[in-house]
Write a protein that binds this ligand. Sequence first.
Ligand code: ADP
Ligand code: ADP
Length: 216
Amino acid sequence: MATFIVLLGPPGVGKGTQAEVIAETTGLPHVSSGDLFRENIKNATELGTLAQTYMNKGELVPDDVTIAMIRERLSKPDCKEGALLDGYPRTVVQAEALEKLLAEFDGKVDYVPYITAAEATLIERLSGRWTCKAEGHIFHEKYNPPKLAGICDLDGSELYQRDDDKAETVIRRIQVYLTLTAPLIAYYRERGILSEINGAQPIDKVSADLLAVLGK
Ligand code: ADP
Ligand code: ADP
């Protein structure tokens, strides 16, 4: 039976960081909608050009193109046993589309860890985030610094600060989260699969709580 996990939580709470840990422990592929969009931007695809106009403003990319991109990714053979979704779904329409899509694969969303932290914490985390150009590995200048400044520990590529991690865009992304994504908390709670995790703890403590929720 395949296992699908949806990591829910505001921008900067630590979804991508924790996804790297869980992917390693469970062997499930890490499917990040943000990383998929950034890959399209890097490769100058039509989807990348479209997505960038929304991402730069901190707005969501339209549901139809986002759903089509995730459908294509989840149809790949490495997702046969399940996947760890990070950043998708972000709207109720996307969550409904995911339910239908997984039903086609005889699957369902099994776990929804919902990671929380105060807004000031999110802003501090995003303003100190450094991302790897090659694979999107995530560091923080204070809380998870790379061994060598500006270089990814895992693959040696260059680290950069995302354009949308600047203060004005971060504030907009949090607003968008509260309006369009926060309704998913009730959506998944009603389905009995939501588990709240305190994200305002050190990275390894959050990982331990998450793995406990997943029974690992
Ligand atoms: P998200 O994917 O939810 O936007 P990230 O995983 O990219 O969040 O984390 C945002 C920033 O916060 C990164 O710089 C990351 O290194 C840092 N971070 C993640 N989890 C923690 C934590 N528990 N404590 C301190 N910093 C963290
Ligand atoms: P973070 O890790 O900080 O939460 P992401 O990398 O997940 O940020 O997302 C960056 C941007 O990509 C979002 O602000 C949005 O513009 C776009 N994006 C990512 N996932 C989705 C999605 N599921 N639906 C619509 N837009 C998305």
